[in-house]
Unconditional design. Structure first.
Ligand code: NAD
Ligand code: WQD
Length: 331
């Protein structure tokens, strides 16, 4: 298949491109490098030693530019990762988030219709479930999220659902990711946040490297195993493989799948696993809860297992080990 990957230079996109290339697919990446660097392209080529890869530096919400790319490339599938993803920033700059995240989705959907693309896969998020009791299942009603970022994911889902009704020949799949962490085992690609990391794993690796003095654990008074927040961490390589499984096996006109492990891990459990596996102490302070955080979020991962024949294979140990190898290699 020939696959257009929007946001393919980013964290999850680059890992998915590697999996696609290794399975013999042809890939066209479109990314404006807003949150990624050009060297990722060479790293993908170093890992895969495959050249069936094209890159366009372009904004996926620009209809004219994207129309030219679709016209020229005639792709079979679109995997749409491009978007902004910082929850806190989305509260401060809501219009920027609505504009980019919705316009990229609508532009790509509209061109997929025009050029008769067969498969359209969208990066959604567990955040669309809002505050509900885990395990979270695809059939649950979506709830209000605490931030514009989450709303852009819910709105994009709704747009694509409505769009699917008039595009019965297209397989449209929404993938709701839980918490992707870790990196490719080569240590060449991974998550490289700009500035102070918002997410737990990159913060931990930066503390391990001495870039930050200590971790701040946001609350230890939740109703969880040790009082700290519980999340469903998924190795980014397993997540990338979930896209391939969706491309191959999601056969209906409109599909929704959780991509998670189905297992909850607390902040302290993650820290202690990191310390044990990598032999590095992570100093931390317990501080106030972070506004908007939920106590426990994990997936019911059974639907993807049953219908996509996909499940996570890599462990929390693999995740913390690979995240650290990537951080050590950086700069
Ligand atoms: P990322 O920021 O690393 O990658 C996104 C890529 O999209 C970047 O390379 C960025 O330069 C590019 N981009 C942004 N706007 C663009 C535009 N208008 N045109 C072209 N390129 C553009 O993020 P990620 O972690 O790889 O996330 C990928 C997708 O998955 C996003 O849609 C994100 O919301 C979603 N998601 C991420 C997580 C997570 O925890 N990382 C969880 C759930 C969902
Ligand atoms: C995990 C746990 C924190 C940082 C966010 C988005 C979500 C999704 C994934 C895209 C929580 C705790 C964190 C720190 C901490 N992204 N923590 N100290 O909040 O589950 O989800 O990223 O869709 O939409 O909201 O992930 O990694 O930020 O936090 O104690 O410095 O670690 O309180 O319990 P989260 P996270």
């Amino acid at each position: 298949m020939k696959v257009l990957v929007s946001g393919g230079m980013g964290y999850i996109g680059s890992h998915t491109v590697v999996e696609l290339l290794e399975l013999g697919h042809e890939v066209v990446i479109v990314d404006n490098l807003y949150n990624s660097q050009i060297d990722v392209l060479d790293k993908i080529k170093t890992i895969t030693k495959i050249n069936k890869l094209k890159f366009y530096e372009a904004d996926c919400s620009n209809m004219n530019i994207m129309d030219n790319i679709f016209n020229k490339e005639q792709v079979d599938a679109v995997i749409h990762f491009a978007g902004y993803k910082a929850v806190g920033e989305s509260v401060l700059k809501p219009l920027m988030y609505y504009q980019n995240n919705l316009n990229t989705t609508m532009t790509l959907a509209s061109l997929s219709e025009k050029y008769k693309v067969k498969h359209f896969i969208f990066s959604s998020s567990a955040t669309v479930y809002g505050d509900q009791v885990s395990p979270l299942h695809e059939l649950m009603e979506l709830k209000v999220t605490t931030n514009p970022y989450g709303e852009t994911k819910k709105m994009s889902e709704r747009i694509l659902k409505d769009f699917s009704r008039n595009n019965k020949d297209m397989n449209i799949t929404l993938l709701r990711y839980f918490n992707p962490i870790g990196a490719h085992k080569s240590g060449l690609i991974g998550e490289k946040p700009q500035g102070i990391p918002n997410n737990l794993m990159p913060y931990v690796t930066q503390v391990a490297k001495g870039i930050r003095e200590k971790l701040f654990v946001f609350g230890n008074d939740y109703d969880t195993v040790d009082g700290t927040g519980v999340r469903d961490y998924i190795h980014v390589v397993d997540l990338a493989k979930g896209h391939i499984a969706a491309l191959m096996n999601a056969k209906s006109n409109f599909n929704i799948y959780n991509l998670g492990s189905g297992v909850g891990t607390s902040v302290l459990e993650l820290i202690h696993t990191f310390e044990r596996v990598n032999g590095i102490k992570i100093p931390y302070d317990i501080v106030e809860r972070r506004p908007g955080d939920l106590a426990t979020v994990y997936a019911d991962a059974s639907k993807a297992k049953k219908e996509l024949h996909w499940g996570t294979k890599l462990t929390l140990e693999d995740m913390v080990k690979d995240a650290w190898v990537f951080e050590k290699n950086l700069r």
